[in-house]
Design a protein around this ligand. Structure first.
Ligand code: HEM
Length: 216
């Protein structure tokens, strides 16, 4: 925690306000449902020949059941994601937390990480790689909703489907988006377990911050 944050007066805003925590964990739940049920649909109608995820990794027994889970999770993911983006943009929090990203900072963070020089003492600041990964995963989430719409209603959204290169191409893009999100999740969950103070902060709100504009 930064000196500024630790000296903040009681009652100041939290690093992760309650609304953000609720939306983050709702999103995590929705993502697990979407990934597990997506794997279930894939297993009945494989996109990569012979590539199946298997019974222990999928949600739903067969595509008809998995599709029901996928459609239920879809509404939760889309509504919650829209709320997160609206809140983050309207309050300026997303810009404050995730911008700016400088290429030099990204290179320095990668170099430091490879040399095991990572400073986790200041929870109030995301490093350049974290910022980049969070932006990539947010864009991947948006892309999943857009490509998902084209696959779900290819006739009603025929313009969108053809913009994405047709139904099969939209499916492939949807699969690639899922792979990006799963890759992010593996690193994200591993890091939050390695640095439990970040996990505690995402559960309890973390340190109180003095005033807007003081976190990078
Ligand atoms: C279920 C497993 C998950 C765990 C344990 C977890 C944990 C965390 C933690 C501890 C933080 C705070 C990081 C920090 O302050 O350094 C965080 C932030 C974040 N997580 Fe997760 N997360 C999970 C799932 C997800 C999923 C599924 C996504 C999106 C696909 C996601 C996207 C994000 C984003 C964008 C942030 C930044 C939030 C902000 O400050 O607005 N997380 N997560």
């Amino acid at each position: 925690m930064s000196a500024e944050a630790s000296e903040a007066a009681p009652g100041g805003r939290r690093l992760h306000p309650l609304a953000v925590r609720i939306m983050h964990w709702t999103n995590a739940f929705a993502m697990v449902v979407m990934i597990g049920s997506g794997w279930g649909i894939n297993d009945d109608y494989v996109i990569i020949p012979h590539w199946q995820f298997g019974i222990h990794l999928r949600l739903g027994n067969g595509a008809p059941q998995s599709l029901l889970w996928h459609f239920a999770g879809m509404w939760l993911l889309a509504v919650n994601g829209l709320a997160y983006l609206t809140y983050g943009i309207a309050t300026g929090r997303l810009r404050e937390r995730l911008l700016p990203i400088r290429i030099g900072d990204v290179i320095r963070t990668v170099r430091d990480t490879l040399h095991f020089h990572i400073d986790h003492s200041d929870l109030t600041t995301y490093n350049a790689v974290q910022k980049l990964l969070y932006i990539v995963v947010i864009l991947a989430g948006v892309s999943q909703v857009v490509t998902g719409l084209a696959i779900w209603k290819p006739v009603q959204f025929s313009g969108l489907a053809s913009f994405l290169g047709g139904f099969q191409s939209a499916r492939l893009l949807h699969f690639i988006g899922m792979s990006v999100i799963v890759g992010f999740l593996v690193v994200h969950v591993a890091l939050s377990l390695l640095v439990p103070s970040t996990l505690r902060a995402m559960l309890t709100g973390g340190p109180r911050l003095p005033r807007r504009g003081t976190i990078r």
